[in-house]
Design a protein around this ligand. Sequence first.
Ligand code: COS
Length: 384
Amino acid sequence: MIRDAESFNILLDTVTRFVRERLIPREEEVAATDAIPEDVLAEMRKMGLFGLTIPEEYGGLGLTMEEEVLVSMAMCHASPAFRSITGTNNGIGSQGIVMDGTPEQKKRYLPRLATGGLIGSFALTEPGAGSDAGSLTTSARREGDCYVINGAKRYITNAPEAHLFTVMARTDPKTRDASGVSAFIVERDSPGLTIGPPDRKMGQRGSHTADVIFDNVRVPAKNVIGGREGMGFKTAMKVLDKARLNIAAVCTGAAERILEDALRYAIEREQFGEPIAQFQLVQAMLADSRTEIYAARSMVLDAARARDAGRSISIEAACCKLFAAEMVGRVADRGVQIHGGAGYMQGCAVERFYRDVRLFRLFEGTSQIQQLVIARGMLRAARD
Ligand code: COS
């Protein structure tokens, strides 16, 4: 749903221009320094890019799902790292509070997440609990007015930058599954909380992940999201449903950019006395990519509109994430192929995107987890 087409188009045009004029020219610098420049971050804060999805009453733009995916597609015409630094505030690092937080939790944290004054992060994955997220072992033991958290989280996006973590921890030690898990809001400066060194990754330079370690970290009981124990896994799954749809938009935007670069290269590059774009085998790669991007874009918009209409989209979000993440991998592969040897060289954007987009088949649920979510949903519907 687009609430007001005129003002939304102004936002989308502004983002598109920002991406073209301010972000794409800085991509190489981000890759070389592994950091988003401070002046770019300041501009992002000023534009409200940290608070796109936070409700207006808490200072955000309160975008609908359809608006959000369109902005994500536009943002991801530049290196995914630029979106990643705002991505947790708009997604997994804030949405637990937005969806299930108490009024006090919302009032205390959302306004600062919306401005980018606080960076939020989502701590679910552990060394021993990745796809099987419900088996997590980080514990939260009640002591008076506090919970004491112990354990370790792994590959946590934006952990080095974060001021605030949504942490899933086991409050019922008798359980081994999702039922005994609660979600907590944990502030970065809590004594006993340490962040490991940034992980050395295949790609996505400028976007950071790290371990988060909890050693007797005391968290006020009022920081249990929603104020109730045992609801944390469901909160995490609801957050991930929305996040997966957004990642499908991210994949679509990145694929559009890769294809633009490949098309431009195919038109400029001459072999056998003519532009390689004239060769039908190159045209086939361009056409297949265009077709798959169109399919992904259509799926994402359809699922976003369904969510805006109040429908449950667990299956559709998983379909979108599965298709779009696999699709952008194929588009990036063809992008390198069209560039030939040049596409294998550092300094060529398609070489960087090829490595960057590999992550999308892994995080926020692997492609195999999306398949599992889709098939389980189908079986459940067939039984009911
Ligand atoms: N929305 C709301 N509730 C949900 C839900 C959703 N999308 N998905 C599951 N739940 C609920 C279930 O209804 C169930 O509640 P009840 O016991 O009251 O019925 C509970 O959560 C447990 O669900 P389930 O039994 O399906 O959990 P499993 O342990 O079998 O795990 C998968 C399900 C594998 C889908 C889940 O662990 C998963 O998504 N893993 C991947 C994790 C991931 O994406 N990690 C990426 C890193 S985080 S960025």
